[in-house]
Design a protein around this ligand. Structure first.
Ligand code: F6R
Length: 237
């Protein structure tokens, strides 16, 4: 594991974007595994700047996102599809037909999960998976449990996650309580994993996840087993 501590969110975003950009440059038709939430916003800004400066070309890139709320369609401004369009896809020259986010409106979430995993396999797997981490140690929406779930699946969000995400909604009642998330297999099979986190409030979970025992009660701890893991942490917000 390559555990990097930086002083500012700006530096974190710059480093994360450089790592992703190097993957795109070395393999222009790569598959990027992407995340939403507040952590990657600066990384997406930086990647956009690189594209605008002519340093980066997304025209042959494919992306697969980690998760989506159940019940929200892509035009809902709280959906993760909307977030990705706004923060990255609409700002660079990626072909939107090759950007994939789990379908939060799928009538059969189990079938959607299986199809999503099969699709990732058909794409040849993920070249680099970008992750954030929840205060309870979740990655994607793989919440603490007594076991790790391998497949992309439907998940009931924990109270702490609903609470944390309510900052993006008009009220707590509007936060969806279920989501579809990539499971641990697709995440762990990614050729590289890059986890970014910032803020003093995440210090404790970062210690547990990367320096504590590997346990499904801290889902991110499984990443300690990944052969090519980079973690970038900044204690400042
Ligand atoms: C988002 C995702 C989540 C977030 C996590 C941290 O696609 O999968 O696991 O990465 O909840 O969120 P932020 O970055 O908002 O602290």
């Amino acid at each position: 594991m390559n555990y990097i501590v930086v002083d500012s969110y700006k530096e974190l975003s710059r480093k994360a974007a450089q790592i992703i950009a190097s993957v795109v440059t070395l393999k222009p038709d790569c598959v990027l595994g992407l995340a939403t939430g507040s952590s990657p916003v600066g990384t997406y800004d930086r990647l956009t700047e690189m594209y605008e400066n002519g340093e980066l070309d997304f025209s042959r890139v494919t992306s697969v996102n980690l998760d989506e709320y159940v019940g929200l369609d892509g035009t809902n401004d709280q959906s993760y599809r909307y977030f990705m369009n706004k923060n990255l896809f609409d700002r660079v020259n990626i072909d939107k037909n090759r950007t994939f986010v789990p379908n939060g409106l799928a009538a059969d979430p189990a079938a959607e999960g299986e199809a999503y995993d099969n699709h990732i396999k058909e794409l040849g797997g993920i070249d680099i998976q970008l992750l954030g981490i929840g205060l309870d140690g979740h990655i994607g929406f793989n919440e603490p449990d007594s076991f790790f779930t391998k497949e992309t699946h439907l998940v009931k969000l924990h109270e702490s996650t609903i609470e944390a995400n309510s900052r993006f909604f008009a009220s707590r009642d509007e936060v969806p309580t279920t989501a579809i998330t990539m499971g641990m297999s697709s995440i762990m099979q990614a050729r590289r994993v890059l986890l970014i986190a910032n803020g003093a409030k995440k210090k404790e979970i970062m210690e547990k996840a990367f320096f504590g025992p590997i346990t499904p009660e801290v889902p991110a701890s499984i990443l300690q087993m990944h052969p090519d893991l980079t973690v970038i942490y900044c204690e400042n917000d």
